[in-house]
Design a protein around this ligand. Sequence first.
Ligand code: HMH
Length: 222
Amino acid sequence: QAKITVTETWLRKHRHLYDGATRHPFIRSIRDGNIDISAFKTWLGQDYIFVRAFVPFVASVLTKAYKGSDDGNGDVEVILGGVAALHDEISWFKKEAFKWGVQLSSIAPQKANQEYCRFLESLISPEVEYTVTAVAFWAIETIYQESFAHCLEDDSKTPPELKETCQRWGNESFGEYCNSLRNIVDRQLEKASDDVITKAEATLLRVLEHEVDFWNMSHRRT
Ligand code: HMH
């Protein structure tokens, strides 16, 4: 008899916003095979910038996991795996950008991306509790996992040239990794104060909003 976890409660409560982030028109257009390739290229260039800003954020979560807990649960190792994967991800972005003729060095972050990166930076502050940052980390990864996994379902019409991108986040082992993050988060929330739980839930909502804005930015390409 598994009891209902905090993340479960939140996902039920905020289902509408969550689905808005994981079933966005941009993702639907990949899945339906009618994506505008220029929108995809916009996303690629902007996400490269995002991922570069994501690295110090994840490193800060790692530091807080090390400092803040009696880490008998192996949080540090799970998060370290995330840092290592980001190293590979940055190489992948460079390779993929070259393939599509996207010049990464000449791309400026758009407003939604800037705001999202600023939000990540605000979470790096030592004032922000480990639990709160872990919730953001879990949500950021999981939204991509669910979004891209959706594009790989049997009835999807994802263009073959975009399958590798979808695999990157939609694959099963990334899914398992997201589950490990969720377990970390639920274990932390189980022992958190009401104040931290409130802040963590607000942070989840902000991540969902930033993710929707990020997809919007790519979808309405410039
Ligand atoms: C905007 N959200 C965004 N980019 C990503 N690469 C991820 C989440 C997952 O790492």
